[in-house]
Design a protein around this ligand. Structure first.
Ligand code: FES
Length: 150
């Protein structure tokens, strides 16, 4: 873990130990590990001289942060009402089939995390699947399969 701790220390150093940089620091840590490992949160707390509970508070408050290991790529299927009536459940089934996992889980090779949401605010384009922040609209199971294979 020594090397990992050094990696996190380098990230914190970039921000000159500024307390108001916690969110930016956690974003950088998450892009390094794809989630926020406990050891990293401890290093951030001790480097900033802040209580661990305060760092954990920030990490759990923002939905963009994950305390669970995540895959390199995040696949999100919207199951909000508008997407649902247009066939989102079949799109989700295809994503589950392609990735071999249930929503909320990550593939064993740590490449993909599958999740669902309840509306992405772009209902007119539904059903929507988002891969690493890129929206794919008017999804069908066949289109989902194609996109995921890519
Ligand atoms: S219900 Fe899917 S974007 Fe709104």
């Amino acid at each position: 873990m020594v090397n990992d701790d050094e990696k996190v220390k380098t990230i914190v150093d970039k921000y000159n130990g500024k307390h108001d940089s916690v969110i930016a620091i956690l974003q950088d840590v998450q892009s390094e590990y794809h989630y926020l490992p406990e050891h990293a949160l401890r290093v951030v707390a001790s480097q900033l001289g802040l209580p661990l509970i305060q760092i954990c508070g920030v990490a759990t408050f923002f939905k963009a942060f994950s305390l669970k290991p995540r895959g390199e790529h995040t696949v999100t299927v919207c199951l909000g009402t508008a997407c649902h009536v247009r066939g989102a459940p079949a799109v989700l089934d295809e994503a589950k089939r392609q990735l071999g996992i249930e929503p909320g889980n990550t593939t064993d090779d740590m490449r993909f995390t599958l999740e669902t949401v309840n509306c992405l605010g772009a209902c007119a384009l539904g059903p929507i699947m988002v891969i690493d922040g890129k929206y794919h609209g008017q999804m069908s199971p066949r289109k989902a399969k194609k996109v995921l294979k890519k």
